[in-house]
Design a protein around this ligand. Structure first.
Ligand code: GLU
Length: 325
């Protein structure tokens, strides 16, 4: 495995821009798409922002394919996603990493959590969790686990196993309140529920894999869509339980459809392939992104490298952009 397994030195004590000591590097960044469908302009704008944050600071930029959910991964999508990044002029360092090739790392982390007494088996079905969920805080009510299996007796567990139920593994979060500083959203805080780290089919959950990978790959700054800010307290808790360095976070504004909902495939011609079919070049799609970020005026067509010269993270618009074709 070629991944570097170092990292704490860069992640924890990163100075403010402009105050970095000569010879030290800015925290590495990454883009981590799930190859379950084509990237739309909102996803691609997030990729552009992650690239701008990293490259403008002289940092490495990595691409990781989050392909653990085998039932949703679709053939050919990975290649299309990488081709889209290239078409926009976004480059990355080293080989692309695939989570499906890193199962040992996740198993080791799960074993460590288990050895520390931080996990318990949960036999609830999704429908049962939904039926009993209440009290929304950050994570939507339907996704918040009410703790049903936290105190099961060994006899009750055996009954459930005999009935053919296969458990997922949940973190005993003890209602932890986790605070973190977001570079764009400011101070954030959320209560963490007992979330799943291994699904009942044995697949490591996104929350676990993302934390393990960011640490193993030496990612020091996670730039991603604001829709994932609600997951961050869970991930910070996992970093703490696993004694991994905590990255910095910057949750960037999303792209919305004209109806105010999050941009999605159903909103029409929103992928680069769709735009091409309408006769639009990737440079034109990039120009739309640049305008939406106040980095270009009407009629301008700056390249990604050209945007780098104009980029100032402190001037990033804090409101979502609206896609209007
Ligand atoms: N794979 C996740 C997604 O496509 C992103 C994970 C992350 O950036 O932390 O939504």
């Amino acid at each position: 495995m070629s991944d570097r397994v170092e990292s704490a030195h860069r992640n924890t004590e990163d100075p403010a821009p402009g105050t970095r000591a000569p010879g030290t590097r800015a925290p590495d960044g990454r883009f981590a798409p799930s190859p379950t469908g084509p990237l739309h302009l909102g996803n691609l704008r997030t990729a552009l922002l992650a690239w701008l944050f990293a490259r403008s600071a002289g940092a490495r930029f990595l691409v990781r394919l989050e392909d653990l959910d085998r039932s949703r991964v679709r053939p050919g999508i990975e290649e299309a996603q990488l081709a889209d990044l290239r078409a926009l002029g976004l480059d990355w360092d080293g080989e692309v990493v695939r989570q499906s090739e890193r199962m040992d790392l996740y198993a080791e982390a799960i074993a460590r959590l288990d050895a520390g007494g931080h996990l318990y088996p949960c036999y609830c079905t999704r429908a049962e969790v939904r039926a009993s969920a209440s009290a929304p805080h950050g994570i939507s009510a339907a996704d918040r686990y009410p703790g049903t299996c936290r105190h099961l007796t060994a006899a009750r567990r055996a009954d459930l196993e005999r009935a053919g139920r296969r458990p997922s593994l949940r973190v005993r979060a003890e209602g932890a309140r986790i605070a973190f500083e977001d570079r764009l959203l400011g101070p954030q805080e959320g209560e963490v529920d007992d979330f799943v780290v291994r699904r009942n089919d044995g697949t490591p959950a996104y929350q676990l894999a993302v934390v393990v990978d960011d640490a193993a790959q030496g990612v020091g700054e996670v730039v991603r869509g604001a829709d994932l800010a609600g997951s961050t307290p869970r991930q910070v808790l996992l970093s703490k339980l696993l004694s991994l360095p905590e990255p910095r976070y910057a949750h960037v504004p999303l792209v919305l459809a004209p109806d105010g909902s999050r941009l999605a495939k159903r909103h029409g011609a929103v992928t680069l392939a769709d735009r091409r079919a309408l006769g639009e070049t990737p440079a034109e799609a990039l120009a739309w992104m640049a305008r939406s970020l106040d980095l270009a005026g009407p009629g301008e067509r700056p390249s990604a490298a050209g945007l780098l010269a104009r980029w100032d993270p402190t001037l990033l618009p804090r409101e979502p952009a609206v896609w209007s074709p």
